[in-house]
Design a protein around this ligand. Structure first.
Ligand SMILES: NC(=O)c1ccc[n+]([C@@H]2O[C@H](COP(=O)([O-])OP(=O)(O)OC[C@H]3O[C@@H](n4cnc5c(N)ncnc54)[C@H](OP(=O)(O)O)[C@@H]3O)[C@@H](O)[C@H]2O)c1
Length: 226
């Protein structure tokens, strides 16, 4: 696939390199052409670099790492995004003392409102960049979940495939309205890895468990709570 990276910082550089290693064509975009080109030079694997506009024009799939900034401010025209898949890996900034306010509207939903012509897909926001260093080997042995939410089923499927290729276990997390929940999960996760010092090399794994052979605890009864 042709993948454009809009904002080639930690997330953009890491994911771009991993996808290029899988044989995808990757273009790293940045605010200056020089920065985009420097990232491509570092990345190798036939990647290219330049402006964010060029990256957006290049990619069928775009990674948008510019948290909370309207694409209308980043690109010369948002018409470039028409029909494209726009992956949103963003999280709100961590407030002082991890005192997170409730997420009323997710960053992904705001992005989708700003660019209704694109197919926004929430993904990768629960993956610390350090974990990408383990991808795809030995990561694929650890069943690390990537929660993927989108309104367009085809776009969601493509991003799930891109997650799987680099060693993650993608989880279909429903429509984009669930991005609010996924961003909330990332808030807890960041509290655990930073405040509780679990460290960035920690992965969330949703596990399928075997069914119990007996119901020795009485089984699930209808609740009487109203
Ligand atoms: N780092 C992680 O471990 C991690 C994990 C999960 C989710 N996330 C989320 O992913 C997002 C990106 O994080 P990151 O660590 O990759 O950040 P980062 O290293 O700071 O990269 C952000 C990129 O955004 C660009 N940028 C910033 N302000 C801009 C503006 N006004 N206009 C255009 N471009 C602008 C910068 O572009 P230039 O290259 O042009 O300077 C930079 O490359 C954040 O929302 C973060 O919460 C991060």
């Amino acid at each position: 696939m042709k993948i454009g990276i809009i904002g080639s910082g930690n997330m953009g550089r890491s994911l771009g390199i991993l996808w290029a290693q899988q044989g995808h064509q990757v273009f790293f975009g940045a605010r200056t052409i020089q920065k985009g080109q420097a990232v491509a030079e570092f990345a190798g694997h036939g990647t290219q670099g330049g402006s964010n506009d060029e990256a957006a024009i290049f990619g069928e799939v775009l990674l948008y790492t510019v948290r909370g900034v309207n694409p209308a401010e980043v690109l010369s025209s948002t018409d470039i995004l028409a029909g494209k898949i726009l992956i949103d890996p963003n999280n709100y900034d961590i407030p002082e003392d991890f005192n997170y306010p409730p997420i009323v509207k997710s960053l992904a939903q705001k992005l989708a409102q700003e660019v209704p012509n694109a197919h926004v897909v929430k993904a990768f926001n629960t993956i610390p960049m350090e974990v990408f260093e383990l991808a795809p080997e030995p990561l694929k042995d650890y069943n690390v979940s990537v929660f993927v939410a989108a309104d367009d089923p085809k776009a969601k499927q493509i991003v799930m495939q891109l997650a799987q290729e680099i060693g993650f276990a993608p989880i279909d997390s429903g429509t984009l309205s669930n991005a609010r929940l996924i961003e909330g999960l990332a808030d807890l996760y960041r509290f655990l890895i930073i405040h509780q010092q679990m460290g960035a090399y920690t992965g969330i794994s949703l596990q399928k468990l075997p069914q119990a052979q007996t119901q020795r605890l009485g089984g699930r009864q209808p609740s009487t709570l109203r």
